[in-house]
Ligand binder design. Structure first.
Ligand SMILES: Cc1cc2nc3c(=O)[nH]c(=O)nc-3n(C[C@H](O)[C@H](O)[C@H](O)COP(=O)(O)O)c2cc1C
Length: 329
């Protein structure tokens, strides 16, 4: 029977299916359920910058926030997941489960990233995912400046901790390849492609704006996993749109070292982990692959390019227009 164990950002995983950062992983019992259901690892719910305010961790001069918002955070459910509680969560979860626990933070204020990363490492987390997201809303700041911030954050965190660090990117990065290369050169252990966000909407009756959960684009993730893996000196993980075991196979063939899954488990429950794993195992047995590494990246752009296997096929990763697809017939 095929061996599903693998390595992701230097961590040993019993299989490549990772429960991605979400409310599924914000409590010890949630993490335990993920382990019992068969997950290879979990990424904890992100701590967001606003939540540091609950702990009074940001000097007022450092941050401007509406006072009412602060009151709301101090009184509401965010308190349950304030930074001091995350540290406790990691400590208790480490006693309760054997699978790797990857913490996740999203900060805006430069000093908080490294400071909190150190506390997370001291609590025993096996790794840390930096959930970096800036919406480029400024009319004055060019794209390169936003992209450089990823590197500054990564470097400042790497200086403070020795646990493996991944960076989870948003999908609207101008040059994923260039940023990926620079992240890898700056010591990033894995790049996660991609985060998915709330999208804006407008209620035309109440004339108010509102948010709704966006829909991940599996193929967008597949494109960039395929284009980056093997070309940058770090692991690449997929995040977004995994629904069936074939999707897991595709992402690993494209070069993913881990596949992060969230919405599927919300919709159909953590029992889906076994379906993903069984399908992966069956596929490997059918294709006579003994280990995940035996086919990881087999259909990455880099591998196909090197093998001169079929550059026509490899071009699927970068061809954006319909010319070929339609002219063939
Ligand atoms: C309810 C919910 C909460 C989430 N919270 C976080 C979070 O705290 N940090 C983060 O990096 N991603 C968060 N995500 C994004 C997921 O980790 C994942 O990247 C995204 O949903 C795409 O994967 P999927 O198609 O498998 O859901 C959240 C997603 C959902 C649906």
């Amino acid at each position: 029977m095929a061996d599903l164990s693998t390595s992701y950002m230097g961590l040993k995983l019993r299989n490549p299916v990772i429960v991605s950062s979400s409310d599924l992983t914000r409590t010890v019992s949630g993490i335990k359920k993920c382990e019992d259901a068969g997950a290879g690892a979990v990424v904890l719910k992100s701590i967001f910058e606003e939540q540091f305010l609950i702990d009074g961790d940001i000097p007022k001069s450092d941050y401007s926030i509406h006072p009412e918002a602060l009151d709301y955070m101090r009184s509401g459910s965010l308190l349950e997941y304030a930074p001091h509680n995350l540290i406790q969560l990691i400590e208790v979860a480490k006693q309760s489960v054997d699978i790797p626990i990857i913490a996740s933070i999203n900060c805006q204020t430069p000093s908080l990233w490294p400071r909190f990363a150190r506390q997370i490492q001291d609590a025993g987390a096996d790794g840390l995912e930096l959930n970096v997201s800036f919406h480029p809303i400024s009319l004055a700041i060019p794209g390169a400046e936003y992209e450089d911030r990823h590197l500054e954050i990564l470097r400042s965190v790497k200086r403070e901790v020795s646990i493996p660090i991944s960076v989870k990117l948003k999908s609207q990065i101008t040059s994923v390849s260039h940023l990926g290369q620079q992240l890898a050169e700056s010591g990033c252990d894995a790049i996660v492609l991609f985060n998915w966000f709330l999208e804006p909407d407008i209620d035309v009756e109440t004339l108010k704006t509102r948010s709704h959960i966006g829909k991940a684009n599996f193929f967008h993730s597949l494109r960039w996993v395929g284009l980056l893996s093997g070309r940058v000196e770090c692991d690449v993980a997929s995040s977004g749109g995994i629904k069936i075991s074939e999707d897991v196979v595709k992402q690993i063939l494209a070069g993913a070292s881990g596949v992060q899954v969230c919405t599927l488990f919300y919709q159909k429950g953590l029992g889906e982990i076994q379906n993903l794993l069984k399908g992966l195992q069956d596929w490997m047995d059918r294709h006579e692959y003994e280990r995940v590494d035996d086919f990881k990246g087999e259909l990455s752009f880099r591998h196909q390019e090197l093998m001169f296997k079929d550059l026509g096929e490899a071009s699927a990763y970068f061809r954006a227009q319909y010319l070929k697809a339609y002219s063939k017939k």
